[in-house]
Design a protein around this ligand. Structure first.
Ligand SMILES: [Zn+2]
Length: 240
């Protein structure tokens, strides 16, 4: 199984944000996966998966993702959106508000991406942030309150425990890899799809679903090539 991680969506090419792709690219990718026999899974606490299973996740809850949710809905592709729960109050036009969620397709599910998307300095602040986010997300329609995507892909062992105490049994990271089953207590790898990589989307998909990849090897490769997530990776190695 692979978990895809999207962020931002645009109507047209030409935006500088490397975390975004166009809506037509998104639509093309979903259609291509359907043609290739990939099976889109509905997110749940427990699902049976195989090498061809794909879960579509979208981070940050940006307003632009509402159009992507409609595209996915029209293609009967379930999605899991990780929301920055504080933004649900509607005070920032760039983000989905709680009211927006009512009119999203039936296959749109929601989970937490922390309350404020800040890397807190101390553990007690993390605890309060995550407890608050759990509460807010639990009250949404089609919510999966036990699921958390770490902001910036960042976590370390004590944080993982704090998140579990706050109710998050399924935690998602931001390093690439395939997953054999959805198991609680694991930081689940995800394949980031963005403006840099959408060009080789098909080869990336086939690469990660070929069944011969070791998550650990890929983690090391990734840490060497991607500065942005190096800190999270170093914290992972420290625990071993
Ligand atoms: Zn994020």
């Amino acid at each position: 199984m692979i978990i895809l991680m999207y962020h931002n969506f645009y109507r047209h090419k030409g935006h500088g944000d490397v975390l975004g792709i166009t809506l037509s690219e998104f639509s093309d990718q979903l259609c291509w996966m359907q043609d290739q026999g990939f099976c889109f899974i509905k997110p749940a606490d427990s699902v049976e998966v195989n090498d061809k299973s794909v879960l579509v996740t979208i981070d940050d809850g940006l307003k632009s993702s509402l159009r992507a949710l409609d595209i996915a809905g029209n293609l009967s592709v379930p999605t899991l959106s990780f929301l920055i729960s504080k933004q649900l109050d509607g005070s920032d036009d760039d983000y989905i508000s709680a009211g927006d969620i009512d009119s999203t397709p039936d296959g749109s599910y929601y989970a937490s991406h922390s309350h404020v998307h800040v890397l807190h300095e101390d553990l007690s602040r993390w605890g309060r942030d995550l407890e608050c986010s759990y509460q807010v997300v639990s009250s949404l329609p089609r919510s999966l309150p036990h699921h958390l995507a770490w902001p910036w892909g960042y976590w370390y062992p004590q944080l993982r425990e704090i998140a579990r105490n706050a109710g998050f049994e399924h935690q998602y990271g931001a390093y690439p890899g395939a997953l054999r089953e959805m198991t609680s207590g694991l930081i689940m790898p995800r394949i980031r799809i963005d403006g840099d990589k959408s060009g080789d989307f098909k080869s990336a998909l086939l690469y990660w679903t070929s069944g011969n990849s070791s998550v650990e090897t890929k983690l090391r490769l990734f840490a060497n090539t991607c500065k942005g997530f190096k800190r999270g990776y170093l914290n992972i190695t420290k625990s071993q």
